[in-house]
Design a protein around this ligand. Structure first.
Ligand code: FMN
Length: 332
C-alpha cells in the first residue's frame, strides 16, 4: 500500500523543484499521521556498543535539522543520522543547488551545509527524546564555511551533542565547503581526531569519521592507520563523489557538486573494501553510496560493511525500499 501511494506521488514530487519536493516530503513525514506499520524483522547488529534492530540506516543530509527522526525510524530504518549541523546556522550555496539525474538514478547536490545550526538541532533532539523515542539517532557535525578554525567547529559540535547523540559523525568529506576535504590528509586528520577525542570528554559516545570516495591510496593508508591508532570507533565510507562516471546520461550530469545514487555504488564499495583491508576485521565500518537493492546491501557487507546507509534511492524508490531492505537483511 505504501509503495503504491509513493508510485502515485512520485510524478507529483518529481514535477516540483527538487528542494521544494524535499521540504514537502519532510513536512509530510513530520505532520501526517503515518500508519504504525509493524516493523519488519531485520537482522539485528550489535556494534558501537549499541544494538541496531537492523543494519539499514538513513544517511546524513536527508534530515539535516532533526525535524522528523521519529517518523523516519517508523519507516523501518534501524538508525537515522541527522545533520550535518554546523555551530552557527548557515544558508548554504545559492539555488539551484540540488539536481535529479533521473536517467541515472542519481543526484548532484552542492547545498553547502544549509542548516539551522547546532542549537536548533539539539533542541529538536531533546524534544524527540522527551517524547520517549529510544531509537538510534546519530548526529553528523560539520564546520561553518566562514569559520577560521574549522577543527574548533567540530570540537564544539561534539561537545554540544555528546549527551544526546547515539553516535557522532565527523563529516570532513563534503565537497561543497571549500577546503573541508583537506582535513582528510594525514597531518590535519591527526590533529582533528585528537581535538575531537578531547571534546568527547569522558562520555562514551561513539565517534566516527565520514570520508570521501575520491581519495588516493596514500590517503587511505593514512586514514586507516590513524583510525586504528587513535581509538576512533568507526569510519563511514563514503560521502558523495566529485568524479563523473562516463556512464552518466542525464542533462544535469555536468553540474558542480557531489554525485550520489546508483553510479556511486561501485566506486564507494571499492573504497570500502580498500579500507576494510587496511583496518582489519574489527573496526566498525558503515557502507554508504549507491545502495538501490538487497543485492547492493549484500555487496557492501561483503566488502566489509558492519552497517549500511542510503539516501538517494529513497528519492527514486520511496519508503517501500526501506522495508524491502530490512526484510532481506533478516533473511540473509
Ligand atoms: C541532497 C543530499 C544532501 C546531503 N547532505 C549531506 C550532509 O549534510 N552530510 C553528510 O555527511 N552527507 C550528506 N550527503 C551524503 C549522503 O549522506 C551519502 O553519503 C551519499 O548521498 C551517498 O549515499 P547514496 O548514494 O545512498 O545517496 C547528502 C546527500 C544528498 C543526496
Amino acid at each position: 500500500l505504501a509503495a503504491d501511494l509513493f508510485g502515485r506521488l512520485r510524478p507529483l514530487l518529481f514535477g516540483l523543484e527538487p528542494e521544494r519536493a524535499h521540504a514537502l516530503t519532510l513536512a509530510a513525514l513530520r505532520w501526517l499521521p503515518l500508519p504504525a506499520l509493524a516493523a519488519p524483522a531485520g537482522a539485528p547488529v550489535q556494534t558501537l556498543g549499541l544494538r541496531f534492530p537492523n543494519p539499514i540506516g538513513l544517511a546524513a543530509g536527508f534530515d539535516k535539522n532533526a525535524e522528523a527522526p521519529e517518523a523516519l525510524l517508523r519507516l523501518g530504518f534501524g538508525f537515522v543520522e541527522v545533520g550535518t549541523l554546523t555551530p552557527r546556522p548557515q544558508a548554504g550555496n545559492p539555488r539551484p543547488r540540488l539536481f535529479r539525474l533521473v536517467e541515472d538514478d542519481a543526484i548532484i547536490n552542492r547545498l553547502g551545509f544549509n542548516n539551522a545550526g547546532l542549537e536548533a538541532g539539539v533542541r529538536r533532539l531533546e524534544a524527540v527524546r522527551a517524547r520517549g523515542c529510544t531509537g538510534i539517532i546519530g548526529v553528523n557535525v560539520g564546520a561553518n564555511k566562514d569559520s577560521d578554525d574549522r577543527i574548533a567547529d567540530y570540537a564544539a559540535g561534539i561537545a554540544r551533542v555528546r549527551q544526546i547523540a547515539s553516535y557522532i559523525t565527523v563529516n570532513i568529506s563534503s565537497p561543497n565547503t571549500p577546503g573541508l576535504r583537506a582535513l582528510q590528509s594525514r597531518a590535519s586528520l591527526a590533529e582533528l581526531i585528537d581535538r575531537c577525542q578531547t571534546a568527547r570528554g569522558p562520555s562514551s559516545v561513539p565517534l566516527l569519521v565520514k570520508i570521501a570516495p575520491d581519495l588516493t591510496e596514500t590517503d587511505l593508508d593514512d586514514i586507516a592507520a590513524l583510525a586504528l591508532q587513535s581509538r576512533l570507533d568507526g569510519l563511514i565510507v563514503s560521502n558523495t563523489t566529485i568524479s563523473r562516471p562516463a556512464s552518466l546520461r542525464a542533462r544535469h550530469a555536468g553540474e558542480t557538486g557531489g554525485l550520489s545514487g546508483r553510479p556511486l555504488m561501485a566506486p564507494s564499495t571499492a573504497v570500502l573494501a580498500q579500507i576494510r583491508e587496511r583496518v582489519g576485521p574489527d573496526l566498525p565500518l558503515i557502507g554508504v553510496g549507491g545502495i538501490t537493492s538487497p543485492a547492493d546491501v549484500a555487496a557492501k557487507q561483503a566488502a566489509g560493511a558492519t552497517l549500511v546507509q542510503l539516501y538517494s534511492a529513497l528519492v527514486y524508490q520511496g519508503p517501500g525500499l526501506v522495508r524491502l531492505l530490512v526484510r532481506a537483511s533478516g533473511r540473509a
